[in-house]
Design a protein around this ligand. Structure first.
Ligand SMILES: [Ca+2]
Ligand SMILES: [Ca+2]
Ligand SMILES: [Ca+2]
Ligand SMILES: [Ca+2]
Length: 607
């Protein structure tokens, strides 16, 4: 059987048959201990209840027990130490207090767990009657809160009766912290009360106070006390079960993973109770698995799983597994810059930058900006975000249209630099434009940018048109062409021959010193200020070895050089008076008109 602690009892009458017999009745208010185990602080166990005959010595047996709990203010462990000793003082009170003699009432206490004694003597010839013996503990470690202090027990002085027909009463007293199922989870003190109302106890064995300080198996540790009086012998046993060690696990510690992950964390454990001991309360706890799988609440709070393993005595250990779990992909968004124009096009490089965020484990990487620099429609760029748990997501920015290429454009309707005479129908300028990528933003129209005819009396001059095209990306190209409006001029007339189209020009041959009429028509009288400079420029040229010659059939009688207009023939006549020094030489005359045109004729002079 397993023994439960008892309530203290009042004094019991007994006779002391041997002066050295130690009565052993615990007087601790154990009910308070049971009611609130945590309040036990350095509890004092005293014993000595019993019946004593006059003229015999006795002892108050005392033990101070350490406590493992720490209520407010009391230091943990043993409160009476070598450096902070406590003092135990034994005093007598009650009706028969004068019967008690205590030669050395105070004892210094410097430890816990070892019983010690304060002797007293019942005076010879003392009257029968009860007396209360009180042990008071003072001093000790600072803040000590002694439980059961003072501790009292009672004795009854009784003159021995002449006969006794009943054996003594033997009662065990057990003090300790009781756990589950009869197991103690602290050191346990076992003491005994031996009483006999009829005659003194003459002998006893196994009745000293004992302290159990090591764990037991489920056979426990058994203590037996026998007491003998004139009425016979009584033997009682008590078995103590002690388990103060919590179960252990393998792995021995909690598992705390502080690295972010996106998968569950699992750990298998085995559990056992150290032997000797009470064993696991639930044998199924010998193997268990902790798993954290749910997403962590925030970056400071890991996901956890835990299990508490208890032994039969009620000692327990709790294992916890924790992990930081992020199951949510990061966010990423991309943005293109510069923005496209109203047509949706860019005409330069486009940079795509990415913005990444992750609310739980945080962003581990975010794609660097991408630069798109090639022409093309519907281009795209993709970026990726990764969080610290390895979750990823990507974003694509599409519909990026780049056109850096200018459109093609030309002024049509005439070729650049083409000449038209005053008699011609002038061309109509048009624009021809196209853009192969983004397309034209609008159809260009020709713009006349210059017209020098407005400053000319004869309406000759240069007319310039410009076409400018812009594509939808904003690239601009232009083309400018000009045509000239000149006099209608159909060549020199007789007697001067024109240069012709041969490899060498036709040379007009005449005698040096003649006046040569150079005739041409501009189809209408354009005035006499049409030649510039006047006289025309004359340049000597090298006579070819083989010249195509044509004789000047007519010379002028006039000796004056100059320009005249003949309305009847509608032609101009410029009389060129040559010098006799021209003999044997060749010349080119260049008649430059004020419409910008030049007309040449070649001459070979003879003597
Ligand atoms: Ca008896
Ligand atoms: Ca245990
Ligand atoms: Ca995340
Ligand atoms: Ca273009």
């Amino acid at each position: 059987m397993k023994l439960k602690p008892r309530l203290p009892r009042g004094g019991k009458r007994f006779y002391l048959l041997c002066s050295l017999v130690i009565t052993a009745l615990l007087v601790i208010p154990v009910a308070a201990v049971l009611a609130d185990i945590a309040s036990i602080t350095n509890q004092i166990a005293t014993s000595g209840d019993g019946t004593v005959a006059p003229g015999t010595p006795g002892q108050a047996q005392i033990v101070v027990l350490p406590t493992n709990s720490t209520p407010s203010g009391d230091p943990n462990g043993c409160d009476s130490t070598g450096s902070s000793p406590a003092t135990a003082t034994l005093t007598a009170s009650g009706t028969n207090a004068s019967a008690i003699s205590i030669p050395n009432p105070s004892v210094s206490v410097t430890g816990c767990g070892t019983p010690f004694a304060i002797p007293y003597t019942v005076k010879s010839g003392a009257a029968d009657g009860p007396a209360t013996l009180t042990v008071t503990l003072t001093g000790g470690r600072t803040g000590s809160q002694w439980t059961n202090n003072p501790s009292t027990f009672s004795i009854t002085v009784k003159t021995p009766a002449p006969q006794d027909s009943t054996p003594p009463t033997v009662t065990p007293n057990v003090v300790g912290t009781l756990g589950e199922d009869g197991w103690y989870t602290s050191d346990v003190a076992v003491s005994w009360n031996t009483t006999d109302d009829e005659s003194p106890i003459t002998s006893s064995s196994g009745c000293d106070m004992s302290v159990v300080t090591t764990d037991t198996d489920d056979s426990g540790k058994t203590f037996t006390c026998s007491a003998t009086s004139a009425g016979g012998t009584t033997t009682k046993s008590v078995t103590i079960y002690r388990d103060a060690a919590a179960p252990t696990t393998d792995p021995a510690d909690d598992v705390n993973d502080t690295t972010w992950r996106n998968t569950p964390l699992e750990q298998d454990f085995t559990a056992s109770d150290p032997t000797p001991g009470s064993g696991l309360a639930n044998s199924a706890d010998a193997n268990f698995t902790l798993q954290a799988a749910s997403e962590s609440e925030d970056a400071q709070t890991p996901s956890t799983d835990s299990k508490t393993i208890s032994d039969v005595a009620g000692n327990s250990v709790t294992r916890t597994l924790s992990a930081f779990i992020d199951l949510t992909n990061p966010t990423i968004s991309g943005a293109a810059a510069p923005a496209a124009n109203s047509y949706g096009w860019n005409n330069g490089d486009v940079s795509v930058t990415y913005t990444c965020d992750d609310a739980l484990s945080g962003v581990a990487s975010c794609s660097s900006p991408t630069t798109l620099s090639s022409d093309g429609a519907n281009q795209s760029a993709q970026g990726t975000a990764t969080d610290n748990a390895g979750n990823t997501d990507s974003a694509t920015v599409s519909d990026i249209n780049i056109d850096k290429t200018k459109p093609t454009v030309s002024v049509n309707g005439f070729t650049d630099g083409k000449q038209f005479t005053l008699a011609d129908t002038l061309p109509t300028a048009t624009c021809d434009a196209s853009d192969s990528l983004s397309g034209l933003a609008s159809t260009p129209s020709p713009v006349k940018t210059a017209d020098t005819r407005t400053s000319s009396t004869n309406n000759t001059g240069k007319v310039t048109y410009k076409c400018e095209a812009t594509d939808k990306a904003g690239n601009t190209a232009s083309d400018t062409k000009s045509f000239y409006v000149v006099y209608k001029f159909d060549g020199f007339r007789q007697p001067v021959d024109n240069p012709g189209t041969g490899a060498t020009p036709v040379y007009n041959q005449t005698k040096a010193g003649q006046a040569i009429p150079i005739k041409f028509s501009l189809f209408g009288n354009k005035g006499l200020s049409i030649v510039d400079p006047n006289p025309p420029k004359l340049t000597q040229v090298t006579c070819p070895k083989q010249m195509s010659l044509d004789a000047i059939e007519e010379t002028s009688a006039s000796s004056n050089s100059g320009l005249t207009y003949d309305a009847t023939a509608d032609q101009y006549n410029y009389v060129w008076k040559t010098a006799s020094t021209y003999a044997g030489k060749c010349y080119m005359i260049d008649i430059k008109l004020n419409d910008g045109t030049s007309h040449q004729a070649y001459f070979n002079f003879t003597k």
